[in-house]
Design a protein around this ligand. Structure first.
Ligand SMILES: [Zn+2]
Length: 337
């Protein structure tokens, strides 16, 4: 899109206001070229003000200023040294590229080796104490060449019609298999970052995956393992192991080493969540996909899936090779005995 900017405004706050307004009104229409234009609109004014205040410039900013000074030098040299204007005509096409559209950044120097070489040469030429006309002209030519090179490198993405590329769409549901406890562990470690990034973005997969994950983690730990549940929350809140240790002492009256707390978070907790997910997936499968074998437990009376997750195997049993009471009942019976 075409942006009209008032270059007569010489106050950075006012320019910033204008830029903010444009960004708000045309958020989706701005091309990379527009953004550069807006950036320059601010930077140019800032440079003027900073030079007035004699502030120290960062290396990157220095490059932008050098560029503008080079441009000025180029124009001035034509009038001072070549009154017939011949050189002015020769250099005309190069000066087009010097219109303040691009600047050489540290990234360019790192990524485009030729630019680094040119800058080395410019430095050497600048170090010559008594620069004659030829040396000065060489500095100007080399300075301009680096913009021509950058322009050539950037051509594919500097087209005015190109908008900023969309990030790739990832099928998180298939990537994040929560049956794998290592994936659960990685997910826990990145949980707060993912949460901040996707909060309120209900159109994204990640928003819903996080909702599911929260339900899953609650189910796996909240009632059955309240202490592990607390540890998980403290870790997500980025609390230090030392502080978690103190909290556990207060709340549960038990002292654990920081190493043990760390291993609970990196091992036991993700394993319990992964096991819960496996169970959920199994129940889903034998409820909605395939007809499963379900059995009523002889003790608690609950109907459970006839699977080694819910019933222990018993080779001597007539019950399809499983005990007639569920695993939970068997475990609590052991506890009583
Ligand atoms: Zn039972």
């Amino acid at each position: 899109m075409e942006i009209k900017l008032d270059y007569k405004i010489d106050n950075i706050e006012k320019r910033l206001e204008i830029v903010k307004q444009i960004c708000e009104d045309h958020e989706d229409e701005l091309t990379p070229y527009n953004l550069e234009q807006l950036g320059n609109y601010l930077i140019f004014q800032m440079e003027k003000e900073e030079r007035r205040k004699r502030k120290i410039l960062t290396p990157n900013r220095m490059v932008t200023i050098n560029k503008r000074e080079t441009s000025f030098e180029g124009v001035a040299s034509k009038f001072d040294k070549n009154k017939d204007g011949i050189y002015g005509i020769i250099n005309e096409d190069k000066n087009v590229i010097l219109s303040p559209k691009v600047s050489i950044t540290a990234k360019d120097i790192a990524e485009i080796p030729f630019i680094a070489q040119i800058r080395e040469s410019i430095k050497k030429l600048r170090a010559i104490p008594d620069k004659n006309y030829i040396v000065q002209q060489a500095i100007i030519d080399l300075s301009q060449t680096q913009y021509i090179i950058k322009d050539a490198y950037l051509k594919p993405i500097r087209s005015k019609n190109n908008s900023i590329a969309e990030p790739p769409v990832l099928d998180w549901c298939s990537i994040l298999d929560f049956k794998d406890w290592n994936i659960v562990k990685a997910f826990l470690h990145n949980y707060s970052k993912l949460k901040t990034n996707s909060d309120q973005k209900i159109q994204t997969d990640m928003f819903w995956i996080l909702q599911d994950f929260e339900k899953l983690a609650d189910k796996a730990l909240q009632e059955r393992e309240p202490m592990l549940y607390d540890i998980m929350l403290y870790k997500i809140m980025n609390m230090q192991n030392k502080d978690i240790q103190k909290r556990l002492e207060q709340d549960y009256g038990r002292t654990y080493s920081v190493e043990y707390i760390s291993s609970l978070y990196n091992n036991k907790i993700p394993k319990l969540i992964a096991a819960e997910f496996e169970k959920e997936e199994l129940l889903y499968h034998y409820t909605f996909v395939e007809k499963g074998n379900w059995k009523k437990c002889n003790r608690c009376g609950q109907v459970k899936l006839l699977h080694s997750i819910f019933f222990s195997r018993n080779s001597g049993s007539s019950n399809n090779g499983f005990y007639s009471i569920c695993k939970e009942c068997r475990n609590s019976k052991k506890g009583v005995d």
